[in-house]
Every structure is written in structure tokens, then in C-alpha cells.
Design a binder for this molecule. Sequence first.
Ligand code: ADP
Ligand code: MG
Length: 267
Amino acid sequence: MKDTVMHPEPATVVDHQSKRMLELIGLRKSFGANQVLKGVDLSMNQGEVVSIIGASGSGKSTLLRCINWLETPDKGSTIMVDGRQVGHDDPARASRRDLARRRTEIGMVFQHFNLFPNMTAIENVMEAPLAHGRGTKPEIRALAEELLARVGLSERMTHHPSQLSGGQQQRVAIARALAMKPKLMLFDEVTSALDPELVDEVLKVMKGLAEDGMTMLFVTHEMAFAEDVSDRIIFMADGAILEEGPPSEVLRKPRHDRTRSFLSRAM
Ligand code: ADP
Ligand code: MG
């Protein structure tokens, strides 16, 4: 069974130029008269780690949700994952099956863990690959055990979510997203709802993924973490990218007043 998650290429041979994993071209999204995304262009190569920062209401969550079509982008927006369009705004070209397939290539973890409360940790991780026929039950169980070990939960596999701390639940949610072997992982403020003492155990798992070459796009308020793991930081304001670049520039030498004023409150 091919397992890109557990046996990634060593970081030294990951060629960031090799493959375009995500491409957003002119991404717009309106809710009624409220245009929340005003034409976002963003490209990510395989293995790149990008964080999005910005004030509440600037459109960060909507951006992530449009990537896997949890929100339908406005007509004319292009979203490509690994060279293929995720969905079509033209109903004649839209295929539910294609969209479902593309979605399995995109792992997403939310602020609230959204685990199935009636299932154990390992059952939560096994659910999607079982539903998609990604192997025999023993194969999928072995994969889930590996993933739970990877997020440090070997001792908690048969616990239900209610028996786990918030940090443990969030790590199960990460393992569950990885179980579909996604090409791209999206994280939306995954530590914001956690007690402070539980934040680091989740960030540590995310850092490990980044080091293993996973392509990751995340929204975070954890500026030190963003600086530590990101190849690139994006500052969003009013539904657009105002500034982007390496952490050393965006966080340390911001070019825009709005970035400066946001950082003075956030860092
Ligand atoms: P952020 O994640 O940066 O805080 P969001 O993407 O959640 O920002 O929200 C951006 C704007 O879009 C806000 O003004 C919010 O009220 C609006 N918005 C988000 N989701 C919806 C929705 N489902 N319906 C209507 N308005 C929404
Ligand atoms: Mg948000």
C-alpha cells in the first residue's frame, strides 16, 4: 500500500519548484451584496508551507473553505489542486463525482474538532478511507494506527472524543485528515479553541508534517509558530492579499501600515 504520509521523501530531496500543488486565480466570493474575497491569486508548490494572517473578518476562513468548495466561489474564479480544477462554476461542467474525488485530495482541520462523538479515535481515523474503499479493513486499521502513533496517541486509540482533551481531539482530527493521504492540508485556526497548555502539542504535530514535506496552508494567530515553520506568510485585509513574503520580511519588515498595525497587536 503506497503511503506518502508515513514515508515522505527526505526533506533534502523535496524540490519546491517541482510541482504546482495549489493555484488560485482571481478567487472571488460574495455573500449577497457582501464581497468577501476580492480576487485572490495564490500559488503553492509541493512541500511549501504558507500561513495566512489577518484581522478577524478579512476572509481567511472563506478563502480556505472555497479551496475545497465548502463555499462555492463566484463565477470566474479558478481553483486548481495538483493541476486539476476542484469544481466548476458552470453547472454543465460540474460533476459531483469529480468534486468528491478532488475533495479527498484536500485535508482540512477546523478550529472545532468535528470528530464523530460516537466513534473511538481509531474509528474516526478509519471512517473516510473505509467509506472510500481505500483498502481492506486490516490495511486501513494499520494505517490509522500508524497515523495515531505519529500524532502521539498510540495510548488513546480506543478512547471516545469525550474522553480526550481538546489537544488530543485536535490531533485525532489531524490524523483523520491525513488518512485520505491528501496532497494539500488546510488548517483553520486549529489551536484557537484550545487551553493554552494544549497548544504546543498540536503545533508540534503540524511542524512535523511540514518537515516531512506536506504542502500546508494554514490560518493562525500563533505568530512565533508561523515564523518558525512557514516558507511564506500572507497578510490578508478586506478580502485581498495586501502583503506576502518570507516571514523575515512580512513579520519583521512589513511594508504596509496595516500589516504593521496588525502585527503590533498580534505579536
Ligand atoms: P476570517 O476567517 O478572516 O475571520 P471569514 O472568512 O470568516 O473571515 O469572514 C469574512 C466575512 O465574510 C465576514 O464579514 C463574515 O461575516 C462573512 N461571511 C463568512 N461566511 C459567511 C456566510 N456563510 N454567510 C454570510 N456571510 C459570511
Ligand atoms: Mg476565520
